[in-house]
Design a binder for this molecule. Sequence first.
Ligand SMILES: C[S@@+](CC[C@H](N)C(=O)[O-])C[C@H]1O[C@@H](n2cnc3c(N)ncnc32)[C@H](O)[C@@H]1O
Length: 199
Amino acid sequence: MSVIKPKIDYMKNGPYDEFITPEVAVRMILPYIPKHVTTIWECTAVEGSNIVNVLRSSGYNVIPTHINKGYDFFSYQPEKFDILVTNPAYSLKDKFLMRAFEIGRPFMFLLPVSAIAGKNRHKMFREKRIQLLIPDTRFNFIPDKKSSSWFDTIWVTYGLELANDLNYIVVGNAEKIPASQSENSKSKVELSDKFRKVA
Ligand SMILES: C[S@@+](CC[C@H](N)C(=O)[O-])C[C@H]1O[C@@H](n2cnc3c(N)ncnc32)[C@H](O)[C@@H]1O
């Protein structure tokens, strides 16, 4: 195997689809979740999911589903939710994005930074306005491993109507945001009428 092969493979399939989102990556999004959101759907929620735990302890009603529990993202959606927040399987990211746009509600996807390019995604992102939350650090997606991953990730968001399309976030600050209901973790963002109606 060549030295660079693992760096290429993570975009394709297999073990990299099972990366676990660390708490810090979830805390950084708390100030950007629109004000009117009460119910969040995590459509790839693994056992002990930090996305679920951090959002719940920040006061949100979270609906966790996973294909292993019989909830395939490509065929299931809960009746009521305000926003979808997930770290999808990277090998299926185009399909996940397509499906999320088809559902048409606001979403936040944690994806490799390279996901903003690529022929299919370019077309999707040209047609739909995405906005990015860009952390100043690489996250560690493997719980027992001490070092961070070898690639950068960003939150690709849709329907949040943030003031800026590019949001550079110092995660040092996000780390200080307690995973609890607090002023710091309260949203500063209004959800527009367009999305409030369908939620
Ligand atoms: C990158 S992992 C993220 C896990 C968890 N969401 C987290 O953030 O810690 C992606 C997960 O999506 C699951 N998955 C793959 N295809 C799926 C589908 N069609 N519907 C729901 N979950 C799926 C994988 O099994 C994997 O557990």
